[in-house]
Design a protein around this ligand. Structure first.
Ligand code: ZN
Length: 174
């Protein structure tokens, strides 16, 4: 594996991995390292809340909790520029695109992780944040249109609400 292409840095969700020089696509940049766990051990670790388990196959899982496992700092993205692959029981991270210095390197953790650990509506990747921002704008526009529509009926609405208020206070007085 080539010398380090990246450094740790602050990201939106804590730490992340950022390119320090241009990296060509299809470059193997890191290995996901850790203790090998069998099925029982993996299950126990999962129940203890270990979020760094990576299943290699039906028998083995790698526990990437160790801080010397630099690969644990790659964040998730639904629009990744890297991915993982397994070769001879080892897990590696490689780039999917050409990456510029300063860019965060992210890979897709998979649907299960997104659903069960991150939460579908909590994803902080750039794609999800953009999508949510767009939706918020659309909602605001919709509300504005609705308000404009209602403005026409304002008079009748005001009359109606006054009536209800009177009725209610009348009841309370009794
Ligand atoms: Zn996302």
């Amino acid at each position: 594996m080539p010398a380090r292409h990246f450094r740790l840095g602050r990201s939106r969700t804590g730490l992340g991995v950022f390119a320090t020089r241009p990296i060509r696509k299809r470059t193997r940049i890191a290995e996901y390292k850790g203790r090998r766990l069998n099925v029982d051990q993996a299950l126990k670790a999962e129940n203890r809340g270990n979020r760094y388990l990576y299943e290699v196959n039906s028998k083995w899982t790698i526990d990437g909790t160790g801080h010397n496992n630099i690969a644990r700092y790659f964040n998730h993205s639904c629009n990744p520029n890297a991915d993982t692959f397994i070769k001879q029981g080892r897990i590696f991270i490689r780039t999917l695109r050409n990456i510029k210095p300063g860019q965060e390197i992210v890979y897709d953790y998979g649907r299960d992780y997104l659903k069960n650990v991150i939460g579908l509506s909590n994803c902080q990747c750039s794609r999800c944040r953009k999508r949510r921002a767009k939706r918020a704008v659309e909602l605001r526009e919709k509300r504005k249109r609705k308000a404009a529509r209602l403005a026409g009926k304002k008079k009748t609405l005001r009359k109606k609400s006054r009536k209800t208020v009177r009725k209610k206070s009348g009841k309370r007085a009794r």
